[in-house]
Design a protein around this ligand. Structure first.
Ligand code: ZN
Length: 570
């Protein structure tokens, strides 16, 4: 194992390239490398203006909410897809990928670009008729989700009304009725989903994969066996702490609902899937933020660690307005420093965390990836690495020492500290167990869509989330989770992002703070942190795969140890 403590500062992109998977260069020919360079140049010439147009259209649609703007956004996406679906262009990139695998391309940046472009084009090579069927089914599912309103008796309930009952009601029968109503959408889309899974599998087979799950992992540069190994490791490390945390939560839930712990069922929790920490510790984390200037805190913090974000804030759209998307996201419009955040800031803990999160994405962008990295590679290494960085910074909104040092007055600091630490730990634990269910269910579903999926779902929920299935229930409850239908084989990346966040933070504690306890390390005012993030995480861009980037940044493969240590408060 390499020692990472003493990497000279001057190590730049050139040194990084040594990390790229080795190919056998004995066969390399300058002709093949030139042919690849030509392909990349032609791709960038065609696609770059379309991608910039797409970035702007996306931004405009989400800030205005206008139908016309949404149409423009769709047109921009279609224009890119049309280029990527072109059969002749694909034949060329496929030939180049074959040459790459045979070791005929020796330039490492060129090789990495071809690898990524090959995957980008390959994904769009599904038979257009089949693709149409998939899109139609997916739209049908999405529409059914959009129009669905849970119905209890003959009263319709909105999503937030439903959550309010699950959060506050002490009436077990009412909770049960509301929870069951929330699952009816699963039965509505079951047929569509079954068909969709088969069509997705058929598309994957056309492209040479065993099933859609395998295809998606390939496109994410993830290996099925390694992924399961990682989640098994995570399972081992979280089982006990989760068990303990859940026992405490269960006791409070049962007491609050006047039932025995063994009578708790899925409707006893505060959201329909038990993916969030139930609010049972009766402390609001919002009090310190009521009078805080969230933007100033973010500006000061990022400036202090040497990653200033004033230019991002200047271009951003940060407050609620009519028609605007109610969510938050960060987007890199042109991979040339035009980075923006869309948000709807309200002075509470949620938006403190969310702003730290989105600005975490913002600093990990073309702002801090040098121009010397070619366009195709000038972005975050992987969805899991950028989510990881965002979550690494987001976690500070629940840390007393961080808030106090940033000048936030906490009315009852001891109480806040205790509650926030507990909420943080419970959230991470509960989310990790929920992700186990999602990953393992999707894998099994695509491997064998004809099995008893209703049973499979509850087997996994009982095993990983330790929530008892309702007696005699035989319904497609998995299908009421919109991600299973509309964002397939994606969820595990959130979890891996959490592991990445912990692992990078621990590496900073070890390398920058000379082995300090990770939970005492809060970065404030320390430019060495920004320097570490730039050199070890941001600057490689996509020249490194997520696996190699994790090794480069932390000295180890992505694993669950740092994440688990974060529960033990070490
Ligand atoms: Zn994010």
């Amino acid at each position: 194992m390499r020692v990472w403590h003493h990497i000279p500062r001057s190590w730049g992109i050139v040194a990084l390239l040594g990390m790229i998977a080795m190919t056998d260069h004995a066969n390399a020919t300058p002709e093949m490398t030139q042919r690849a360079q030509k392909f990349i140049a032609s791709h960038v010439a065609k696609v770059r203006p379309l991608e910039i147009a797409m970035g702007l259209a996306w931004w405009t649609a989400n800030t205005s909410g206008n139908d016309v703007d949404f149409q423009k956004k769709e047109q921009a996406q279609n224009a890119i897809d049309a280029v990527l679906a072109n059969r002749e262009t694909y034949a060329e990139v496929k030939a180049l990928k074959t040459a790459l695998d045979a070791g005929q391309i020796d330039d490492k940046l060129v090789a990495r670009s071809i690898q990524l472009l090959y995957m980008q084009y390959m994904e769009k090579q599904v038979d257009p008729e089949l693709l149409k069927k998939i899109v139609a089914r997916a739209n049908s599912v999405e529409q059914k989700f959009n129009v669905y309103r849970a119905k209890v008796g003959d009263k319709e309930m909105s999503d937030s009304e439903l959550r309010t009952v699950l959060k506050n009601s002490t009436d077990n029968d009412r909770r049960k009725a509301v929870w069951e109503a929330s699952k009816v959408v699963g039965a509505n889309v079951e047929e569509d989903l079954r068909e969709l899974v088969k069509l997705r599998n058929q598309a994957a087979k056309e492209l040479g994969f065993a099933n859609f799950h395998s295809l998606m992992l390939y496109l994410n540069e993830q290996d099925d066996k390694e992924l399961i190994q990682l989640f098994d490791e995570l399972d081992e490390l979280t089982k006990e702490p989760f068990h303990k945390a859940k026992a405490e939560i269960d006791q409070k839930l049962a007491a609050g609902q006047n039932i025995k712990v063994e009578e708790l069922r899925p409707w006893s929790y505060h959201d329909p899937f038990f993916q969030e920490s139930p609010a049972v510790f009766d402390v609001s984390l919002d009090a310190p933020f009521a009078k805080a200037d969230l933007l100033k805190i973010c500006r000061d913090f990022y400036e202090g660690i040497g990653l200033p974000i004033d230019d991002v804030l200047a271009r951003s759209d940060l407050y609620e307005k009519k028609g605007k998307s109610p969510h938050a996201f960060c987007t890199d419009i042109n991979r040339d420093g035009d980075v923006r955040v869309l948000a709807n800031i309200v002075p509470n803990e949620y938006w403190m965390g969310t702003m730290l999160h989105e600005l975490g994405h913002a600093v990990y962008s073309s702002k801090n990836i040098p121009d010397s990295v070619p366009y195709v590679l000038r972005g975050e290494a992987h969805i899991l690495t950028t989510e990881g960085v965002a979550m690494q910074f987001e976690r500070f909104s629940k840390q007393r020492n961080w808030l106090e040092k940033m000048g936030v007055a906490i009315p009852e600091p001891d109480k806040f500290e205790q509650a926030a630490a507990k909420v943080q730990r419970n959230q991470l634990l509960i989310f990790s167990r929920w992700c186990q269910v999602m990953l393992r269910f999707e894998k099994a579903m695509y491997e064998n869509p004809d099995q008893d999926l209703n049973k499979l779902w509850w087997d996994l929920v009982e095993k990983y989330q330790m929530v008892k299935r309702p007696e005699g229930r035989n319904s497609p409850d998995y299908a009421s989770k919109i991600h299973i239908c509309s964002a397939p084989v994606y969820y595990h990346n959130y979890m891996m992002g959490q592991l990445f966040a912990s692992q990078v933070h621990h590496a900073i504690a070890r390398d920058v703070y000379e082995g300090a306890k990770p939970n005492s390390v809060i970065y404030i005012g320390d430019k060495r942190v920004g320097d570490f993030m730039k050199k070890r995480v941001f600057e490689p861009g996509r020249t490194l795969s997520w696996k190699n980037l994790t090794k480069f940044a932390t000295g180890a493969e992505l694993n669950a140890k740092a994440f688990a240590a974060d529960f033990q408060g070490s």
